[in-house]
Design a protein around this ligand. Structure first.
Ligand code: ATP
Length: 316
């Protein structure tokens, strides 16, 4: 249970509507201090809108956001001193060099002189330090934006899709940097993404947002919690098979969609492999005994992608 004063971010009943689009719809989020929170959602799920409200860039229609216990609207200035952020595309003065751009940020945030060199080094920007920002590649622009966000050693980093434009090596470097900041300095990291694999590697906790509301929040290590093992089968007569399995045991959850795959979940949320095999054997015997052709039967486990697709309505 996360309690109020341990929380770096506490979002309660957040609502934001743009004309007829309800971008954020009663959103709840709790982020503990020092944790890396992956804010995962499909395009248009409401991630950027939420982040903009966290940073006081736009006001909620209802609900509230507390950052280190401070109100996102009333205490905006105090919050920004303790936060680093990267929202939407990386922008900076195009005709100034990387170093000059970072130096402006250093002065704005009253950070020590050494912070510029240190941020350049952490983001691997040494070869580009004296080049104009406008002439950099997309990935390097993103690195500059990240360097700027960490310059004043913030306690909380709020990053909207930081992997944008980075190549796989760059993504891995940023992941190491963020994990290091969380581990060594206790920095809290709130990072949005629609890239499942990346979030799974980076975050301690994953929150899945869909149509502006939280549909699941779990420790990334406890994927198994969500990914309940199940049996999948395909037969010559889907409707008859579904009825047959239901008549075998009423506690089984039997689902069949548009396609040929029938999914069966047992009453136990986390059946062991043996239990699942015994159930598969029982079902195949019954199907064959009823003279229905059995094409395939297997025990299946979900991964993050299938959990995400299930929770966010598949390929709709
Ligand atoms: P993406 O991954 O594509 O960036 P997102 O999860 O960040 O998506 P948002 O940008 O928060 O989603 O958008 C949520 C919804 O609100 C979308 O339907 C979007 O079109 C709408 N929306 C966002 N900003 C505005 C705006 N300024 N005016 C009108 N509609 C908006």
């Amino acid at each position: 249970m996360k309690t109020g004063n341990e929380l770096a971010v506490h979002v309660q009943g957040l609502v934001k509507t743009y004309k007829d689009v309800r971008a954020v719809d009663g959103l709840e989020i709790s982020v503990r201090q020092g944790e890396i929170y992956g804010f995962l959602g499909r395009n248009g799920a409401g991630k950027t809108s939420t982040i903009r409200m966290m940073l006081g860039l736009t006001k909620p229609d209802a609900g509230r956001i507390a950052i280190f216990g401070m109100d996102s609207v009333r205490d905006k200035a105090a919050i920004l001193k303790r936060c680093g952020s990267l929202v939407e595309s990386a922008t900076a003065y195009p005709n100034l060099t990387v170093r000059e751009n970072l130096d402006i940020q250093r002065r704005l945030t009253l950070s020590p002189r050494s912070s510029v060199g240190s941020a350049i080094e952490k983001l691997g920007l040494e070869p580009y330090a004296d080049r104009c920002f406008g002439k950099l590649s997309l990935g390097n622009k993103q690195r500059v934006a990240l360097a700027r966000s960490i310059l004043h050693a913030p306690e909380l980093l709020i990053l909207d899709e930081p992997a944008n434009g980075l190549d796989p090596a760059g993504i891995a470097e940023i992941r190491e940097l963020l994990r290091g900041m969380a581990k060594d300095r206790g920095t809290t990291v709130f990072v949005s993404s629609h890239i499942l694999g990346e979030v799974a590697l980076l975050a301690d906790t994953i929150g899945i947002i869909h149509r502006g509301a939280m549909v699941a929040e779990f420790a990334s290590q406890s994927m198994a919690e969500l990914a309940a093992p199940r049996i999948e089968l395909e037969t010559g007569d889907t409707a008859q098979t579904v009825a047959l399995i239901r008549s075998l045991d009423r506690t089984l959850a039997v689902e069949a969609g548009e396609g040929p795959v029938i999914t069966v979940r047992g009453p136990a949320r986390h059946p062991g492999r043996g239990e699942l095999r015994a159930l598969a054997a029982e079902i195949s015997k019954a199907v064959v005994g009823a003279d229905i052709e059995l094409y395939r039967i297997a025990a299946a486990e979900e991964n993050l992608e299938s959990v995400f697709m299930r929770l966010t309505g598949g390929a709709e």
